[in-house]
Design a protein around this ligand. Structure first.
Ligand SMILES: C[S@@+](CC[C@H](N)C(=O)[O-])C[C@H]1O[C@@H](n2cnc3c(N)ncnc32)[C@H](O)[C@@H]1O
Ligand SMILES: [Zn+2]
Length: 166
């Protein structure tokens, strides 16, 4: 997909603002979505390492660096409203896991894209502040989940495609 059409699509669907939960910037729904709708297209320059904060993993040694309008401000929630589905071009789409109301913060679970936290990753050091009733308090990567959780995510098809081979 062309970056310009990705940006235009995302700008139709979300706006960027400060998270009320105090962890910086966030995306919010510009209109209502139904479960299964594409909410955002992810995109970014590809690098071979995770960065401390903004990269999104798309392969075992492949990470992308999203910009403001291509996914840089996607926050984690333990009760997310979106999941990851890999596009044919290898980049992630954020799909509505359930109906989403206009104004809701757009979130996914970081283990849907990140296999392992590198030593520099902020998520290794911070507590989750998503505010969900069942907040896990930690932000885990896919490799830290137990086997039954991994199997369930694979069965539900809500993770980045490269994770199916891990
Ligand atoms: C990809 S950035 C998301 C944008 C970020 N809010 C910002 O303004 O830079 C990831 C960072 O956001 C923060 N973050 C995202 N979700 C969080 C959560 N559930 N609890 C605490 N911090 C979170 C952490 O600092 C994390 O390293
Ligand atoms: Zn949480």
């Amino acid at each position: 997909m062309e970056e310009s059409s990705i940006i235009a699509f995302n700008q139709e669907n979300v706006y960027c603002g400060e998270s009320p939960k105090g962890y910086g910037k966030a995306y919010f729904a510009k209109h209502n979505f139904q479960a299964g709708d594409i909410v955002m297209h992810g995109f970014g320059r590809i690098v071979n390492h995770q960065t401390s904060r903004f990269s999104m993993q798309i392969g075992l040694n492949k990470h992308c660096l999203p910009t403001k309008w291509t996914g840089r401000y996607l926050n984690h929630s333990c009760e997310p409203n979106c999941f990851v589905r890999t596009r044919p071009d290898g980049f992630p789409d954020l799909i509505a896991l359930r109906d989403i109301k206009k104004g809701e913060e757009i979130t996914y679970e970081y283990f849907m894209s990140e296999f392992v936290w590198s030593p520099c990753a902020q998520e290794k050091r911070i507590s989750c502040r998503c505010g969900a009733k069942k907040c896990f308090k930690k932000i885990l990567s896919f490799s830290q989940l137990n086997d039954s959780h991994k199997r369930a995510l694979k069965k539900r098809k809500i993770i980045s495609s490269y994770l199916y081979n891990t």
